[in-house]
Design a protein around this ligand. Structure first.
Ligand code: MG
Length: 306
């Protein structure tokens, strides 16, 4: 009764997907598609094509695709803040930047304690305006997705960028290669992927979850949430009910809040990242290697924005 794209692992997944929907292939021609973010006011989605050094744009009103930004400082992850501004992780700029309302680019953070960031990979903006981002080395490991350079910090951490003071504080320092991250709908938990197996044999290929402190500015210890059964968890998003929709080697894997794998959306390319979009926030956009896909699901993205 479900299409071949849908794999039900647990009956809880049956009510999150439609039996008669299908996977739309919206664009192909990227080298490594990543970093989707939906801009509701403009009715479009942006995503990165990192090796081609460009950011693409999918127009929801007519289905057209155009180049949004090129050159693009090898941008990777994106997020739209509560003022509707696009916040970006720049590999080549080795910074977090934001497009202001007047169209100018503003660098928000490019160092930690006086040492240059490695290459910010993915980010989320909390309701208080703080920006939480991962800083692995993928953008400085080679010239393919940025500029090859040694790490000045000598570690790959997760940071919190204060919206008001601009202070950058390390909030997680025990990850090998922190990657995608997202808050639970109530913002009491932060989920963080570790793709450390790219650099360490039999290294991490899982998502851990940590509780935020009472003041919402730091994290407790991160416990294991789920280990990837196919490929890597790179980027992910949560729906309004706390289910986690994550990239994996064979598609999108969906986890219940208790950590159980409940279903998969099979995609014919390796998936890097996802986000919810559309007017009802029930369309899951999927960046997968060379292509952008989307599928309507019976769930809505958590929080603001997508
Ligand atoms: Mg990533």
């Amino acid at each position: 009764m479900f299409t071949p794209s849908i794999e039900i692992v647990d009956e809880r997944f049956e009510r999150l997907v439609f039996g008669n929907t299908h996977l739309d292939k919206l664009y192909t021609g990227c080298r490594w598609a990543e970093g989707p973010a939906h801009l509701p006011a403009g009715k479009y989605l942006v995503w990165s094509d990192i090796p081609n050094d460009r950011v693409m744009r999918f127009d929801e009103t007519n289905g057209s695709v155009s180049v949004f930004l090129s050159p693009a400082m090898n941008q990777n992850g994106h997020f739209v803040d509560r003022e509707g501004r696009l916040v970006s992780c720049e590999h080549r700029g080795r910074c977090i930047s934001r497009i202001e309302h007047d169209g100018s680019r503003k660098v928000l953070a490019d160092d930690f304690q006086g040492k240059r960031l490695n290459s910010p990979n993915d980010l989320v903006v909390k309701s208080d305006g703080s920006i939480w981002f991962s800083d692995p080395t993928y953008g400085i490991d080679s010239d393919y997705e940025g500029d090859a350079a040694p790490s000045e910090i000598g570690a790959s951490n997760v940071y919190r960028l204060d919206a008001h003071s601009g202070e950058v504080a390390a909030v997680a320092t025990d990850f090998v290669k922190p990657n995608g991250l997202a808050f639970s709908p109530d913002e009491r938990l932060l989920y963080i992927a570790d793709t450390g197996t790219t650099h360490v044999k039999d290294g991490p290929h899982h998502i851990r979850v940590a509780e935020l402190s009472v003041d919402g500015r730091s994290l407790g210890p991160a416990r294991l949430f789920a280990t990837c059964t196919m490929g890597l968890f790179d980027g992910f998003r949560l729906d309004a009910n706390g289910n986690l929709w994550t990239s994996a080697g064979d598609g999108v894997h969906v986890y219940a809040p208790d950590g159980a794998l409940i279903g998969k959306i099979k995609v014919p390319e390796v998936v890097s990242n996802v986000c919810f979009g559309g007017p009802k926030r029930n369309r899951l956009y999927i960046c997968a290697t060379t292509s952008l896909y989307a599928i309507y699901v019976n769930a809505r993205g958590a929080g603001w924005p997508r």
